[in-house]
Design a protein around this ligand. Structure first.
Ligand SMILES: Cc1ncc(COP(=O)(O)O)c(C=O)c1O
Length: 362
């Protein structure tokens, strides 16, 4: 008898490596490796979280009723078509488990969020990458990968780590080109940061079709990555499927109450957006002046090109030496780049100074 072995596909997974959260032997000045909100959580969310401490012996509401109602009010959506999860990661994983299995294919774009391919392999399905054009998802390349085996297309819009986005016409063209039995998952984790008038998050498409789901997160503009909270908006039939598959108490009590309070603290999320609106273009312009190549971004991060793998590594080392933690993105097929989260004013200025020293000395 041989030892237990996992299902096919699992051992092909290269485990996800999260952004570093400390620097050995150094005080961290800014952690800019995971695109967490620049201003931290809302004080109101922190107060709601603290208040939940006295109730920790209680199981949470398994349907996240108040939270779904608050999301519905905030975004103008029917709460019955919302499912909450332990981060959008959980929902993205459940969607793949529900709709993809051995012999099925999941299409994603070349530099798309890493979890899509990991989820596909975990379900025994085959991840299929479509090439990008200028670091942006390419609708024709995605559609060219569709076959009889395709069950799902996962699109991060905006995309992490490139920061690029597809205009609503392009997403609609992608959807129009898919067979009806293929599920289009639009991962809009960074939607709250986007202010382009040719962008839509996916709500409109979910309302018009029975094969589109949009996922969202509280980990970015709401600064609640630590509690693990996300949600999806979907056709009723897909909501029903995911509610059958998910754990009965998948969202913790502190996460539910913190989420409601975060949504209600409009001043805080507005301040986070304004911080990004100011310091994203500023950092981009400063890095361009230094001769570096920041890609246009609509998220709360910037992907910076250094021209070679060695130079990107050296820039990473310089930043780490200065107490700053960027993200190496070789795992995304981008070894010549670093991804840097847009922090507070003080933080982006230290980033500029650190990279200015790097350029001067290299
Ligand atoms: C595009 C994208 N989707 C999903 C996630 C997962 O977010 P959550 O914290 O909600 O699981 C991230 C996190 O970085 C992301 O960048």
């Amino acid at each position: 008898m041989s030892a237990p072995s996992p299902r096919p596909g699992i051992m092909k997974i290269a485990p996800y490596v999260p952004g570093k959260d400390s620097i050995e032997g150094k005080v961290t000045i800014a952690k800019l490796s995971s695109n967490e909100g620049a201003l931290g959580p809302s004080p109101k969310a922190m107060a709601a979280y603290a208040k939940a401490a006295a109730e920790l012996h209680r199981y949470p509401d398994g349907d996240s009723t108040n939270l779904r109602a608050a999301i519905g009010r905030h975004y103008g959506l029917d709460p019955k078509r919302i499912v909450c999860g332990a981060g959008s990661d959980e929902l993205l994983n459940l969607l793949v488990r529900a709709y993809c299995g051995p012999g099925d294919e999941l299409i994603y774009s070349q530099h798309g969020f890493l979890m899509y391919a990991i989820n596909a392999l975990g379900a025994g399905a085959t991840p299929v990458a479509a090439t990008e054009t200028d670091y942006r998802a390419d609708v024709d390349a995605l559609l060219a990968k569709v076959s009889d085996r395709t069950r799902m297309v996962c699109l991060a819009n905006p995309n992490n780590p490139t920061g690029s986005y597809l205009a609503k016409e392009d997403v609609r063209r992608l959807h129009a080109g898919l067979p009806r039995n293929v599920l289009l998952v639009i991962d809009a984790a960074y939607a709250e940061y986007v202010s382009r008038n040719d962008y839509e998050s996916g709500v409109e498409l979910v309302d018009q079709a029975d094969n589109v789901v949009m996922t969202r997160t509280f980990s970015k503009i709401y600064g609640l990555g630590g509690v693990r909270l996300g949600w999806m908006y979907a056709p009723a039939a897909i909501v029903d499927v995911i509610n059958r598959l998910r754990q009965p108490f998948n969202v913790t009590l502190p996460a539910q109450v913190a989420g409601v309070a975060a949504l209600e603290d409009i001043a805080h999320s507005d301040a986070s957006r304004t911080n990004n609106d100011i310091w994203l273009p500023w950092l981009s312009a400063e890095l361009t002046k230094l001769g570096l190549k920041p890609l246009p971004s609509v998220g709360n991060f910037i992907l910076v090109g250094f021209g070679s793998k060695e130079r990107a590594q050296a820039a990473n080392d310089q930043m780490m030496n200065d107490g700053l933690i960027p993200r190496l993105v070789a795992g995304y097929g981008l070894p010549e780049h670093l991804r840097i989260t847009i922090g507070s004013e003080a933080e982006v200025k230290v980033v500029r100074d650190s990279l200015a020293r790097f350029v001067a000395s290299s």
